[in-house]
Design a protein around this ligand. Structure first.
Ligand SMILES: [Zn+2]
Length: 324
């Protein structure tokens, strides 16, 4: 496998590495995705295997066309220069390893300069700055509420990465002391209370304690997930409504805290939980954010849903791929 890098090309390859899926796309410099392939990540098969699969797709979507550069966004924590993972919770076994040398070897690229890497939420924030509704904004937070909770932060035009690449781990701010824990064990953090995983485990716990619900008429307790909770809240199931209300309250606290710390022009929400909230409960989320905000934000807290969908991180990667 061999690919041609040409700094004058107006095409880049951008990828997004998540715990469940890997997406690889051919993107032009205006953010148009021309081709995209999605494969399962299967972290347990090893980073070398993932790197080989990614290389094959890069080769197949870019051959016969020269590309300006390659970049990928990834779930973290990750060193955003070397690409080395730092105990990534959703990419088990990839600690201390990097995809960059693997892809470089497979595609026979001799300089690492051509493969860049960034944290997925940070690159999503960058994509919002360049292609989103708030184009040109220098103060943007992208908050993903999905399997986990994390943020990408652009403050005064700069991507905030932190001393050890852990900046933006806002899923672990404490909003409900002694409340449910996340997988890292911090009790009462945002992720432990509002993530997809949290919603499912809170529901199971409440049911085991004997709280009544109609969910069990149609589902086994072990199969309960956040989607079922959102569905049953719509069907007026009391337990589900109670859980969604606490998600709204706790997410409102998190959003209010982020506004107070960073004074962004806007917080943009993405991820499956945000999507479900946006569909049915946006007004309530707005009210809960106001409720916990400092006076400056109590009229209209600047929160929005992403308009870039699942492609935000890939588009962010395409931006750094095109930079010299
Ligand atoms: Zn936590």
């Amino acid at each position: 496998m061999n690919i041609t890098i040409d700094k004058n090309s107006d095409l880049v390859v951008a990828a997004d590495i998540g715990g469940s899926n890997i997406r690889v796309a051919l993107v032009d410099l205006k953010g148009n995705i021309l081709e995209k392939e999605i494969i399962r990540t299967n972290p347990s098969r090893g980073i070398e295997n993932a790197g080989y699969e990614i290389s094959k797709i890069i080769y197949s979507i870019s051959k016969l066309r020269s590309i300006k550069g390659i970049a990928y966004s990834s779930a973290g924590p990750i060193n955003q220069i070397t690409g080395q993972y730092i105990n990534p919770p959703n990419l088990t076994g990839w600690h201390n390893k990097s995809l960059i040398p693997i892809i470089r070897d497979n595609l026979k690229i001799d300089s690492r300069e051509f493969i860049k890497v960034g944290h997925d939420a940070t690159l999503a924030a960058l994509a919002e700055k360049q292609f989103g509704k708030n184009k040109g904004s220098n103060n943007i937070i992208y908050l993903t509420v999905s399997t986990g909770v994390g943020a990408g932060i652009i403050s005064n035009g700069t991507m905030i990465q932190g001393e050890n690449w852990f900046a933006g781990e806002v899923g672990h701010i404490i909003i409900n002391p002694n409340g449910p824990s996340c997988s890292l064990g911090c009790s009462g953090c945002l992720e432990g209370n509002v993530s997809r995983t949290a919603i499912a485990s809170i529901a199971k716990e409440k049911i085991k304690k004997g709280l009544k619900t109609n969910i069990l008429d149609n589902h086994l307790i072990e199969n309960i997930d956040s989607k079922i909770i959102f569905d049953y809240a719509q069907k007026k199931d009391k337990l589900s409504i109670e859980i969604i209300n606490s998600v709204l309250e706790n997410l409102g606290k998190g959003l209010a805290s982020l506004l107070a710390i960073l004074n962004p022009e806007v917080i943009i929400l993405g991820g499956s939980v945000s999507e479900a909230l946006n569909k049915f409960y946006w007004e309530e989320l707005f009210e809960q954010t106001k409720r916990f905000s400092i006076p400056f934000y109590t009229t209209a807290p600047p929160i929005q849903m992403t308009t870039l969908g699942d492609d935000a991180s890939i588009l962010g990667a395409s931006i750094i791929a095109s930079q010299d």
